[in-house]
Design a protein around this ligand. Sequence first.
Ligand SMILES: Cc1cc2nc3c(=O)[nH]c(=O)nc-3n(C[C@H](O)[C@H](O)[C@H](O)COP(=O)(O)OP(=O)(O)OC[C@H]3O[C@@H](n4cnc5c(N)ncnc54)[C@H](O)[C@@H]3O)c2cc1C
Length: 381
Amino acid sequence: MPAFSLDPAQTARCAELRTLAAERLRPLAEKGEPGHVNRPLVTELGRLGLLERLFTSGAVDLCLMRESLAHACTEAETALALQGLGAHPVHAYGTPAQRERWLPGVAEGSTVAAFALSEPGAGSDAAALELRAEPEPAGDGGPVRWRLTGEKCWISNAPEADFYTVFARTTPDAGARGVTAFLVPADRPGLTGTGLDMLSPHPIGALTFDAVPVTADDMLGEPDRGFRVAMGTLNLFRPSVGAFAVGMAQAALDATLAHTAERDAFSGKLKDLQTVAHQVAEMALRTEAARLMVYAAAAAYDEGSRDVPQRAAMAKLLATETAQYVVDKAVQLHGARALRHGHLLEHLYREVRAPRIYEGASEVQRGIIAKELYATMEAGQ
Ligand SMILES: Cc1cc2nc3c(=O)[nH]c(=O)nc-3n(C[C@H](O)[C@H](O)[C@H](O)COP(=O)(O)OP(=O)(O)OC[C@H]3O[C@@H](n4cnc5c(N)ncnc54)[C@H](O)[C@@H]3O)c2cc1C
């Protein structure tokens, strides 16, 4: 694989996105209510043409958008990412009718999407999910019907999304091979939900399915092949979670450079202390290493490389752990002011924690990397 570098058009696009995030999106984010979907923000993302790009460009572009938006407005970044996560299964696995019905609204920002895989009893071990899809006899030759019964938990944008990509068990005791993906509109009878109050300022909730009716027209992909839909979606989104993390790390680094250059201490500036300067260098070094790995993984995805699962896992793992390190060091170098409510670093300190857990915790990524390494060795490649 060639060394990764951004071309001048991509660099210019990142600068433009950072400006848009700071000037157009940040003010809307500030008016939002923590824990709730910020519809004006989603609409503005649509108006700026950014949501459309989720379906028209590749993984590298997705990462560029996520990194650049995260630098100035994590709320906008997350709103964009969740539209992509919830709607990608429709885009990549849906029928023409499903795509036509749902994707224009997602791209416009008028329809809010969500991805519902996790359950109270099935997080990291997603193949253990239990939400049941029980078949009903098809009357009069109509489409096959199921009733969905069970719970989903920690679902971003729930319960306020307009539709959910739901992964349900169609074959009992079959693990990953007995799961089917369905597109469930939020107004289906029997579907209810509640919001959850979390550390990160991110809309998230739990869903209860009480015999929610779905038909074959709601199915995404093939019956019992829904785990492929989930993993295919995560292979695309994992490097981009890394890009989100890199954007946060860069914002923390930039704030630290500015602060240590102007803060008076010990008859000079903080940056004149060698331990401080070396700490800043270490933050920059790790951020850049994470960035390279994120874009290498995204480029591998766009090229259809065989090693995407391993690269995606490495990128997500390294970038999210790095961002935690960098934001923590940035807090330290800012001192007390960083912990004041409303400070950029106080915000980033809350934001940076969850990505090490969602879309596969760091330990799960290590498991994927090891599995891929041994599989490659055994295949003699
Ligand atoms: C802010 C946020 C947003 C989320 N959004 C969504 C969403 O939109 N849709 C959705 O479906 N889910 C979502 N989730 C859920 C998320 O995907 C799960 O939290 C995650 O998969 C981990 O599952 P769990 O929390 O049940 O932890 P568990 O599976 O119980 O794991 C707990 C811990 O055990 C350790 N562990 C687990 N497995 C292994 C292993 N194989 N080897 C070693 N150690 C291990 C890890 O330290 C892990 O963090 C979100 C979570 C958060 C925090």
